[in-house]
Design a protein around this ligand. Structure first.
Ligand code: DGL
Length: 267
């Protein structure tokens, strides 16, 4: 059956997955998108694997009810510890995850790779494992940045407090002479400018969202499921709690109005 006009499902624990939506809109402007952000239960990055898997299962069931034709796990934490949960529930629709995408992008350009992410993603060792599988000679250096997610959700996008925190986190990695840095949490592209300012021009910043969208485009085109409409896609955002900050920060980041935002309960 032709699925071309069905939406793409994108999900994250909160606002961070909008960095994937931004890339999707740039790369596939005619696709319809259903976004889900679990604002009521964020952060995931400091929670147990069992809890993250339970939340993921509830979210994927919600997305499947919206009749999505593909799913992007727009959260590194979920990609690290609950990717199999998504694949099992999704059946035969494509599932793209940001960790495989980020690892691919990093190994394409670098052998001295820094990774910043939530504590759950760093503790899972998912990035170094996938990177070494692709490029055994690559060296990886990881740093958990627990304070970045609450700061982004709070709107501290360009703020002196963020600069201080970022400098502290990045100091160790820079001591290892990294030449690339993977933004291993989808919240981090929102604070990319601050991170870039501290790193300087010699470290290339990798946003896995860009490669994830390229991989999705490839998967949809292979199945002949790309949307052939010439109209701009329809974007619907679902969140699990009050959406005021989500809308404010989201509209600034996406540079467009978010007209359809709905609060849902997936428990
Ligand atoms: N955006 C999520 C990620 O990519 C993390 C946010 C959270 O801790 O819930 O890992």
């Amino acid at each position: 059956m032709n699925k071309q006009s069905q939406p793409i499902g994108v999900f994250d624990s909160g606002i961070g997955g909008l960095s994937v939506v931004k890339s999707l809109i740039e790369q596939l402007p005619n696709e319809n998108i259903i976004y889900f952000g679990d604002i009521a239960r964020i952060p995931y990055g400091t929670k147990s694997i069992a809890t993250i898997q339970k939340f993921t299962e509830q979210t994927v069931k919600f997305l499947l009810k919206q009749n999505v034709k593909a799913i992007i796990i727009a959260c590194n934490t979920i990609s690290a510890v609950a990717k199999d949960t998504v694949i099992q529930l999704a059946g035969d629709i494509p599932v793209i995850d940001v960790i495989s995408a980020g690892a691919k992008a990093a190994t394409n350009i670098s052998k001295q790779i820094g990774i910043i992410a939530t504590p759950a993603t760093i503790n899972s060792n998912a990035y170094p494992t996938v990177i070494k599988n692709i490029s055994p000679e690559a060296k990886t250096y990881s740093q958990a940045c627990a304070l970045f997610v609450p700061m982004v959700e709070e709107g501290f996008i360009q703020h002196p407090a963020l600069e201080l925190v970022a400098a502290e986190y990045l100091e160790n990695l820079m001591a290892h002479d990294i030449d690339s840095l993977v933004l291993g949490c989808t919240h981090y592209p929102l604070i990319k400018q601050t991170i870039a300012k501290i790193l300087g021009v010699n470290v290339q910043i990798i946003d896995p969202a860009i490669t994830a969208c390229e991989q999705l485009k490839h998967a949809l085109s292979q199945d002949n499921n790309l949307n052939v409409s010439d109209k701009q896609g329809v974007y619907k955002y679902f969140v699990t709690d009050v959406a005021v900050k989500f809308q404010q920060i989201g509209e600034m980041f996406l540079n467009r109005p978010m007209t359809h935002i709905e609060i849902v309960n997936v428990e």
